[in-house]
Write a protein that binds this ligand. Structure first.
Ligand code: UDP
Length: 328
């Protein structure tokens, strides 16, 4: 049985990856410090003989007994609200956390895949974004803690690849959605659906002309799986190129949920990228991958998930006590 370590296992993407590797008959070791993750996302795995969980902060030395074939490093706050609230942890998990994972991968002879992000392109001047674009990032803006941690993460991963000969994979993940997103993490999709479910106005930031391209989580997981199994050490964009303005997206959510609330406009957050769309030619060519789930299908499934959450989740102001973690 091949053994895989997944950091950020209790998070949105991490938990879906755990499911996928369990389905592929791996022995899965999940790791998370539960700052933004939630055990609810993986509790269905606890009864399995081929799953175990470590409550550990990967920014500190990681000890895992036994062999490891693969490490997938998905631990990180990933919503702009989260990394505004816990900027130091965001920097640490992308830098120290990645260094620890790389050291572990080297010691175990494991192949390592890191979760990078379209945020490495910043507010891009090249559209759609290709992997050879270097980006336009403000290091000292509010997003800098995430963007620069992820850029450092790519750099140190590439250094381990070239200097130590470690087998490494870098996925640049574009906006992804699906069940197990946190309802109150501030991201646009759960924000809009949460507002519709609570009967509140839909808050569009700026004039709504900024664009995003949303990928359904199952498509993303398939792309990541293929990348891990490939020979490609250069970064690969995984995302859905179907681009939409946030204003039009708000209208789609209003139609989907049948809410009779109206759109209200709020100030655009600092350094909010004006456009984002992946160029996925490399993924198509190397991985024979492209997304299969349309936004209409994916949104329906995701809306069902949010609708069926216990009502108190809807009114929870914040999922976690960030303050308590910040003092650690
Ligand atoms: N956004 C919005 N209303 C909200 C939350 C977000 O209009 O209630 C906008 C946000 O300004 C950004 C886009 O939606 O332009 C996507 O934001 P998100 O936080 O989901 O992720 P990002 O892609 O910016 O990292």
């Amino acid at each position: 049985m091949k053994r895989v370590l997944i950091t950020g296992a209790a998070g949105f993407l991490g938990s879906h990856l755990c499911d996928r590797f369990i389905k592929e008959s791996y022995y899965v070791i999940g790791m998370d410090n539960l700052i933004t993750g939630d055990l609810k996302n993986i509790e269905h795995l606890f009864k399995l003989k081929n799953f175990e969980f470590y409550n550990h902060d990967v920014s500190k030395f990681i000890h895992v007994p036994g062999e490891l074939d693969y490490i997938l490093h998905f631990a990180s706050p990933a919503s702009p609200i989260d990394y505004l609230k816990i900027p130091i942890q965001t920097l640490k998990v992308g830098s120290l956390g990645t260094h620890n994972c790389l050291g572990l991968a080297k010691a175990k002879g494991a192949r390592m895949l890191i979760a990078s992000t379209s945020e490495v392109y910043g507010d891009p001047h090249v559209h759609p974004q290709t992997e050879d674009y270097w980006g336009n990032v403000n290091p000292v803006g509010p997003r800098g803690v995430y963007d620069e941690a992820k850029r450092f993460q790519e750099a140190i991963t590439m250094a381990y690849h070239t200097y130590h000969g470690l087998e490494t994979r870098i996925v640049r993940i574009f906006n992804t959605y699906g069940p197990r997103m946190r309802l109150n993490d501030g991201r646009v999709l759960p924000a809009f659906i949460g507002q519709a479910l609570r009967g509140e106005d839909i808050t569009v930031f700026g004039d709504g002309s900024q664009t995003r391209s949303f990928c359904y989580v199952d498509d993303l997981v398939e792309g990541i799986y293929r990348l891990l199994m490939s020979d490609e050490a250069q970064p690969v964009n995984i995302g859905n190129p179907d681009e939409i303005t946030i204003g039009d997206f708000a209208e789609e959510i209003i139609k989907l949920t049948g809410t009779d609330q109206k759109v209200v406009y709020k100030p655009l957050p600092t350094d909010d990228p004006t456009q984002r769309q992946p160029n996925i030619d490399r993924a198509r060519a190397i991985l024979n991958w492209e997304p299969k789930v349309s936004r209409a299908e994916g949104l329906k499934i995701t809306y069902e998930y949010f609708k069926n959450l216990p009502e108190e989740e809807l009114y929870k102001k914040e999922h976690k006590d960030f303050e308590a973690f910040s003092r650690k």
